[in-house]
Design a protein around this ligand. Structure first.
Ligand code: SAM
Length: 309
């Protein structure tokens, strides 16, 4: 049996099958709610990156009740992939990095805003941890960006996060918009997984903040979307070039500055490289094996070739 199929059959996987959840991740949202009570008073909710739909099932059950009767409840689910219908869930097949998706969500709320946005988004994992963490962080920022368009002040945002080495940068970005940010690892999330969830409460964007899609990774046109932003919407980091024009230019190659009659003296590097990527190449060159094909048969010399003709 393959490792992945064995791993999937943990207690939450089996319970999800028995209890009718489309994925074991349903328990993650339920456990987040057990500790943070995120569904209290929520009528309008958005489920970003929703397929196959277990979080949407949880939202439908918690907000509409078992009878599914709450008429003023609206839940919009978004995913790149198509999802089988769930009663009481409005589905949008779309990309959360697109402004058009934010507009489509708002359209379903008749111009009103959501009380709760959840996002369980994950990119296709490559296995290269740095790249996976980076892409996940970009997806989280896209989710945050779209959330600023659809979440009402005081609302809650819950999102999957990878706790990689640069995660504190994400925390600071979230803290710009939410005074309360907590990282939560549900018991149903495997310990071996880098994933956790940020629970961001009491949405309060900076004064004068106007939601925009100005993240250059998203679908903005720099001139139209970004360059005209003012006040807290525009962040300008000062750029300062140090040193004056009489200093050395690091892109130039200068001749050695030797006094007349002085000879060049080689000095050892202050700290030698510990394990440089070119070490193998240096070793190959030292032993005269660099760029030489390793053939297991002798190359005929020209005399052999001539005599064979
Ligand atoms: N919460 C879901 C559930 O309980 O069934 C599981 C979500 S699954 C872990 C991650 C989802 O993120 C995938 O379905 C994927 O299509 C979606 N996704 C990834 N990037 C996306 C994007 N840019 N826009 C919309 N959905 C995206």
């Amino acid at each position: 049996m393959g490792r992945s199929s064995k791993d999937k059959r943990d207690v939450y996987y089996r319970r999800a099958k028995e209890e009718g959840w489309r994925a074991r991740s349903a328990y993650k949202l339920l456990q987040i709610n057990d500790d943070f009570n995120i569904f209290e008073g929520v009528k309008k909710a958005v489920d970003l990156c929703a397929a196959p739909g277990s979080w949407s099932q949880v939202l439908a059950k918690k907000l509409r009740g078992d009878a599914g009767s709450e008429s003023d409840v609206k839940i919009v689910a978004v995913d790149l992939q198509a999802m089988a219908p769930i009663p009481g869930i409005i589905q949008i097949q779309g990309d959360i990095t697109k402004k058009s998706t934010a507009q489509a969500i708002i359209g379903h709320f008749d111009g009103e805003e959501a009380d709760l946005v959840v996002c369980d988004g994950a990119p296709d994992v490559t296995g290269l941890h740095d790249i996976d963490e980076y892409i996940q962080a970009q997806l989280l920022l896209a989710a945050l960006n779209i959330t600023t368009h659809v979440l009402k002040k005081g609302g809650t945002f819950v999102a999957k996060i990878f706790r990689g080495k640069d995660v504190t940068l994400l925390y600071s970005q979230l803290k710009i918009f939410f005074p309360f940010v907590t990282v939560f690892k549900p018991r149903s999330s495997r310990n071996s997984s880098i994933e956790a969830f940020v629970v961001c409460q009491k949405y309060s964007p900076p004064d004068g903040y106007v939601p925009n899609m100005s993240n250059p990774l998203l679908d903005c046109q720099y001139e139209m979307d970004y360059n005209h932003l003012e006040g807290p919407n525009r962040v300008i980091i000062p750029f300062l070039a140090c040193g004056d024009l009489s200093g050395f230019d690091s892109d130039m190659t200068y001749p050695l500055e030797l006094e007349p009659g002085e000879t060049y003296t080689y000095r050892e590097p202050t700290q030698s490289p510990i394990n440089p990527p070119y070490k193998d190449a240096c070793e190959l060159r030292r032993t005269d094996r660099l760029s030489k094909p390793l053939l297991d048969f002798p190359i005929p010399n020209s005399a052999d070739v001539d005599s064979a003709r």
